[in-house]
Design a protein around this ligand. Structure first.
Ligand code: C2E
Ligand code: MG
Ligand code: MG
Length: 673
């Protein structure tokens, strides 16, 4: 093992250097290699050229002293243990020496070789330990500083030094560290230095000192910030329409909730672009999309502060418009929308004219919840669309409640149809002369869970307007055919078919399926259509009716006399029967004019070779008149009211296939039922 120890003696007194050198040489088992300097400059020259294990330094060095020398060494980042030596004993200097990091402070007057040797060994051992500590400290991730019981920094690593000097290229300066530590101890939360963020942690040690650790969390913060931005961005996208950039339904819901919480007056404008569907159908979705973007731009151009445009569906825009405290309603924005949307749009060289219908509902007078306001604005818009009065309509409580009622009925009917909750009743038709039952007319029945039975005059019209008639028609047709197959007499079953079914559905196929599935022969099925089917597309209706007739079933024109068809169109259709509307029959015994109409109708039917049916036969006098006029068939309460399928069986069996007309028989039958 190499026992050589490099010693540098710094003393301005040449005699003292000699004495110390001699004392050192007295130590036998150690080899001290001694260098000498007489002033700090000389010492630094030595330190720059060679490596030393220990410096023996005189406290008094002419104009300067050993403590300054130690400080200068540290400033130059030279870490060699220094043993200070002095001729006088001074407690204050002693303490100062320890504070700046001197390894020992010896009195020259009673120095011995053993004492010096021991001091040197301790200094080297301590320096080694300190070096180790420095190595550890300078290699930890964090900036670390050890403070005494008063919070004064004692030891810190280079990272701490960097942070305390503001992460700039500051020269080593203890004052920086002192004031930085004092500030940092006072500060709360994370610490920001230049563009970095540090998390501060202070641990108290058992001996009263404490350790401050600054952990660089900038990258975490950056990652958090990025995540926050990403989250904000995806939250934004969820609430906005990706095409037009305005709020979507989710965004609208949030905004209106805020407005309601604000409690300030506002109104909802529900906009429906008049011909948007046509644009989509004719020119494609790309043109449709571009149109929506342009529409949004024009809508926005009308808006002032507080107005908020949203797109809650295909071409459905809803705008929230703030009102002044004393303002109940306003057309300002709606009129502007109307103006800008009436102007021509040019997209992909297509010149487009659309226009808009606007319904308005105001908060709080016309609704306190988003749902009510939207539904009221929607109802008003619906009226604006159907109305010729103008394309801007305010919600009108009285007018629109009827619409609301209708809408809720549509919703309930839709549900009932989905559940196939439509019943079928049957009303008998009899031969006027023989009173034999010829068949039954199937009549749809719907019982609303709260409102009770709803007249078919109401719900059939609703179904026709709302695309439900095909489903209802099929339910009735299927049930009617299935029931009729099992009747005790093979009489006909007549089913009402709406004009909508003739025009828009595959009625031929529906009828074929119903016959096939039930096993009912086609000649037992009769379809009743009204004159209105002739009005729209004459040729197409003719084609469908001929197709039906070719299947072997018979056709009746229902409610004859109430429609507007011309006689020539009547001749072109292959009807087997004409059913004279009950409005002519029920009152005919008291009105001669009605008698004349019915007589004329019966004559017309005869001449066209069609069987005639009189509806609304309620009294014996009606039957007498029909007999007189030679009308073949009759239907009405006098013959039988609409009844359930079970009652049809009972009715047919009781009358042996004949109508139960006279009063006592009817009473007896009713009592049995
Ligand atoms: P409709 O086809 O003319 O049916 C005859 C209507 O007159 C029935 O009304 C029936 O109850 C009523 N009625 C029958 N005899 C008398 C009478 O002596 N006096 C009076 N005052 N009324 C009588 P309902 O069942 O209310 O049906 C009304 C209309 O609803 C039907 O008129 C028909 O146009 C339509 N409808 C009923 N069921 C269906 C269906 O399944 N499909 C289609 N498309 N329409 C249906
Ligand atoms: Mg009918
Ligand atoms: Mg009728």
């Amino acid at each position: 093992m190499n026992n050589e120890i490099q010693i540098l003696i710094l003393d301005d007194d040449p005699d003292d250097t000699l004495i110390i050198s001699d004392i050192l040489r007295e130590t036998d088992d150690r080899e001290y290699v001694i260098s000498v300097a007489h002033n700090p400059a000389g010492a630094f020259a030595c330190l720059n050229n060679s490596t030393f294990d220990v410096i023996l330094c005189d406290y008094r060095l002419g104009a300067t002293n050993g403590i300054d020398f130690i400080n200068d060494m540290q400033a130059q980042n030279i870490h060699v243990p220094v043993i200070l030596m002095t001729g006088v004993t001074d407690k204050a200097i002693d303490e100062e020496a320890l504070r700046v990091g001197a390894s020992d402070f010896l009195n020259k007057s009673n120095i011995s070789s053993a004492l010096l040797d021991k001091a040197i060994r301790y200094a080297i051992a301590n320096a080694a330990r300190q070096n180790l500590l420095f190595t550890v400290l300078s290699n930890v991730e964090s900036a670390v500083c050890i403070m005494d019981g008063k919070g004064k920094p004692q030891l810190w690593n280079s990272k701490f030094q960097d942070v305390s000097s503001g992460l700039k290229d500051a020269r080593h300066n203890d004052d920086n560290v002192d004031s930085f530590v004092a500030d940092t101890l006072e500060s709360e939360g994370v610490l920001k230095v230049a563009d970095k963020v540090f998390e501060k942690n202070i641990s108290d040690l058992d001996d009263g000192r404490s350790v401050m650790t600054l952990h660089d969390v900038s990258s975490h913060i950056e990652a958090l910030r990025e995540r926050e931005i990403a989250e904000t961005k995806s939250a934004y996208l969820a609430k906005h329409c990706s095409l037009t950039g305005v709020a979507n339904r989710l965004g609208f819901n949030e905004k209106i909730k805020q407005e309601i919480e604000n409690g300030q007056r506002f109104q909802l404008l529900n906009l429906d672009l008049n011909k948007f569907k046509d644009v989509n159908d004719l020119f494609g979705h790309e043109t449709g999309d571009r149109l929506l973007c342009k529409v949004t731009k024009r809508l926005k151009s009308c808006c002032q502060k507080g107005d908020y445009v949203t797109r809650i569906g295909g071409d459905e825009f809803v705008v929230i418009q703030r009102l002044a405290d004393d303002e109940f309603q306003s057309t300002r924005l709606a009129e502007c929308f109307q103006r800008v949307l009436e102007r021509e749009f040019v997209i992909n060289d297509h010149k487009l004219h659309i226009g808009v219908s606007i319904g308005i509902s105001a908060y709080p007078d016309q609704g306190l919840t988003a749902e009510t306001l939207l539904s009221n604005a929607d109802i008003a818009m619906y009226r604006a669309k159907a109305n010729t009065e103008g394309c801007i309509q305010f919600f009108d409580t009285e007018l629109d409640n009827a619409i609301r009622e209708r809408r809720s009925l549509i919703a309930d009917l839709t549900e009932a149809v989905e559940r196939k909750d439509i019943d079928v009743f049957f009303q008998p038709l009899a031969d006027v002369k023989t009173q034999k039952i010829l068949g039954f007319e199937a009549l749809a029945r719907w019982t609303h869970p709260i409102k009770g039975p709803i007249s078919p005059d109401i719900f059939i019209e609703l179904a026709e307007e709302n695309g439900l008639i095909e489903k209802i028609g099929n339910i009735v047709m299927r049930k009617a055919c299935e029931n009729a197959v099992a009747w005790p007499y093979p009489v006909k079953v007549a089913i009402n078919v709406s004009g909508v079914q003739i025009r828009h559905t595959d009625i031929l196929n529906d009828v074929k399926t119903a016959l096939f599935q039930s096993g009912l022969p086609a000649h037992r099925l009769e379809l009743e259509v009204t004159e209105s089917v002739l009005l729209d597309d004459f040729d197409y209706a003719l084609h469908v009716l001929r197709g039906l007739k070719n299947m072997g079933l018979s056709l009746a024109m229902d409610d004859f006399g109430t429609g507007h068809s011309s006689l020539s169109s009547l001749i072109s259709f292959p009807f087997d029967k004409l059913k004279i509307d009950r409005s002519f029959v029920t009152d005919l015994d008291c009105q001669q004019r009605l008698k004349n109409v019915v007589t004329t109708c019966i004559g017309l039917g005869k001449n066209l070779n069609m069987r005639m049916v009189a509806e609304g036969v309620e009294r014996q006098a009606h039957i007498d008149f029909l007999l007189e006029q030679d009308c073949q068939e009759m239907q009405g309460f006098m013959i039988g009211r609409p009844m359930t399928n079970a009652d049809v069986h009972d009715y047919l069996n009781f009358g042996n296939g004949h109508a139960i007309i006279d009063k006592p028989k009817r009473a007896e039958h009713a009592a049995r039922a």
